[in-house]
Design a protein around this ligand. Structure first.
Ligand code: NDP
Ligand code: HEM
Length: 494
């Protein structure tokens, strides 16, 4: 037998027994001096980090992004610098509401988080499989998430809370429509699109800014489960999406997405009839056609799920020169939330971990704190700025072009900003008869047990989008209440 490495304590001493604890006599109590037992138990106590407050259940894989079309007229970002250029990347897909042990085949929005290890730093695009979101102001996000999580008293998810919030937040209707459509329950992460959702900006070498939306279209085709199919899948395998992604990559069947952008010139944003920075709206394809950029391929599974996927830390605040934010107020709120979550969930120096670390050397003036396990550079005389010892300096060439902002500071009413019904209506009218039937049943099943006045308030929103939508859901609710439909509820609780 080949020589085997001996176990050592974390301090490097040989580990003398890993099967028997040290006791006072063969049947006596343990001795506190058995430090190796103490170390082993103490390490086990620290094997978990807090799960993500949302998107806790997920799967990830590594791959590449390759440019297929030139967009240097829009962006000077090095990732787009030439056709054929390939950049390493990481993707993490997730459901939103469930905890880390939740079943994959649940009706929910899917996270579509990407980290591109570009040669000018990491660019993270932390999107979803939907082009829009439930709310458009970050002030509403924690309340919205509370309605998706467990009720504080019953400790069960609450359909009442969900529909109460949605019916009082008409801007949610568009995302609610997608959630209860076929695309709300994909068969796996390979079979769905990804969207940056927000409006972002690109800026070119001439300092011109363009507003953009990012789209990742699956090359595997869209595949979905019905509620009944999903319930059967969960009965067999709670990790169905993890298994599908992992096995496909292990078998060399690498999933791919074609990457597109929609583009709007900077000045045009002030002229369009809708608010282009409202994340509850899409930009119609007819007016803003998709322009192809490249292809994303996932081709390598993580070696260690915890180290590389659980500790992966994606943040919309991670941009690189040539890519920027926009005035979208939900995006602006997210710029704070993620890095703050990472410092709490993973640790102060989370970006030093291999999975989060840029592929280029990083020098700055951050110093000590938990997880400072490397020796920071600069480490000699130049540990403050300004200094006379050749420490790193700022790079003003990476500064994005100035953005004209005007307006008086105030708490502006966002709830009446635009038409919340036209785009859900357009989506509803895309559904064929069979899609509509499933859609009505999915909604009705999820409304089981919700008080009548809340249902009526939500029906009024459906009616404003399309009277046929309201009528279809009412009929489906009646069928469920009279026992004529077996449609299983998709959410649990009161
Ligand atoms: P188009 O007819 O040009 O686009 C329709 C879009 O709807 C396609 O991108 C299609 O995606 C997508 N789609 C089809 N079925 C569903 C579904 N069940 N859930 C979500 N998306 C679906 O029209 P418009 O651009 O004018 O958009 C009309 C409506 O389509 C919008 O109000 C919006 O709800 C939805 N939509 C629009 C998108 C956009 O960026 N304009 C993006 C996604 C949805 P695919 O091509 O992959 O099949
Ligand atoms: C995860 C906050 C809106 C997509 C998270 C996390 C937080 C958060 C705190 C956990 C991060 C972590 O622990 O690593 C917020 C806030 C929002 C918001 C405050 C609105 C104000 C959105 C929107 C999208 C989105 C609009 C998509 C368009 C994601 C994804 C993840 C995530 C994909 C999981 C990332 C991963 O895989 O690690 N969000 N979020 N979120 N969020 Fe949001």
């Amino acid at each position: 037998m080949a020589d085997r490495t001996i176990i050592r304590t974390t301090a490097g001493a040989p580990w003398v027994s890993n099967q028997d604890s040290k006791t006072a006599g063969p049947r006596g109590p343990l001795l506190l001096e058995n430090y190796q037992l103490l170390e082993k138990l103490a390490h086990q106590n620290r094997e978990r980090i807090p799960e993500r407050t949302v998107h806790a259940k997920g799967s990830g894989a590594f791959g590449t992004f390759t440019v297929t079309h030139d967009i240097t007229r829009f962006s000077r970002a090095s990732i787009f610098s030439e056709v054929g250029k390939t950049t390493d990347m990481l993707a993490r897909f997730s459901t939103v509401a469930g905890e880390r042990g939740a079943a994959d085949a649940e009706r929910d929005v899917r996270g579509f988080a990407l980290k591109f290890y570009t040669d000018e730093g990491n660019w993270d695009l932390v999107g979803n499989n939907t082009p829009v979101f439930f709310v458009r102001d970050p002030m509403k996000f924690p309340d919205f998430i509370h309605t998706q999580k467990r009720h504080p008293r019953t400790n069960r998810r609450s359909a009442t809370a969900m529909w109460d919030f949605w019916s009082l937040s008409p801007e949610s209707l568009h995302q609610v429509a997608i959630l209860f459509s076929d695309r709300g329950l994909p068969q796996g992460y390979r079979f769905m699109n990804g969207y940056g959702s927000h409006t972002f900006s690109l800026w070119n070498a001439q300092g011109e800014r363009f507003w953009v939306k990012f789209h990742f279209k699956t090359q595997q085709g869209h595949r979905f489960w019905t509620n009944d199919e999903a319930n059967a899948v969960i009965g067999q395998d709670r990790e169905s999406a993890q298994a599908d992604l992992y096995e496909a990559i292990e078998g060399g069947d690498f999933p791919r997405w074609t990457v597109f952008i929609q583009v709007m010139e900077e000045a045009e944003a002030e002229r369009v009839s809708f608010n282009p920075f409202d994340v509850t709206k899409v930009w119609p394809h007819a007016e803003y056609p998709l322009q192809e950029v490249g292809v994303m391929e996932l081709n390598r599974n993580a070696v260690n799920y915890f180290a590389e996927i659980e500790q992966a830390s994606f943040s919309p605040s991670n941009i690189v020169p040539g890519i920027g934010f926009s005035p979208d107020r939900l995006l602006q709120g997210r710029l704070f939330a993620y890095a703050d979550a990472h410092r709490y969930r993973v640790g102060t120096h989370y970006e030093s971990l291999p999975v989060n670390r840029p592929q280029i050397a990083v020098k700055n003036y951050h110093m000590d704190g938990p997880m400072r396990f490397d020796a920071p550079e600069p480490g000699d005389g130049e540990y403050y700025e300004p200094n006379s010892f050749g420490g790193p300096v700022e790079e003003s060439a990476a500064m994005e072009p100035p953005l004209r902002i005007n307006g008086d500071a105030g708490y502006y009413e966002h709830r009446t900003d635009g038409d919340d019904f036209a785009q859900p209506r357009a989506l509803f009218r895309l559904f064929d008869a069979a899609q509509r039937e499933r859609f009505f049943n999915n909604i009705a099943g999820a409304m089981t047990g919700v008080p009548a006045e809340i249902m009526e308030r939500q029906f009024a929103l459906f009616r404003q989008a399309d009277p046929e939508w309201e009528a279809g859901v009412r009929q489906a609710v009646t069928r469920i209440m009279t026992g004529l439909s077996s449609s299983a509820p998709t959410t649990q609780g009161d």
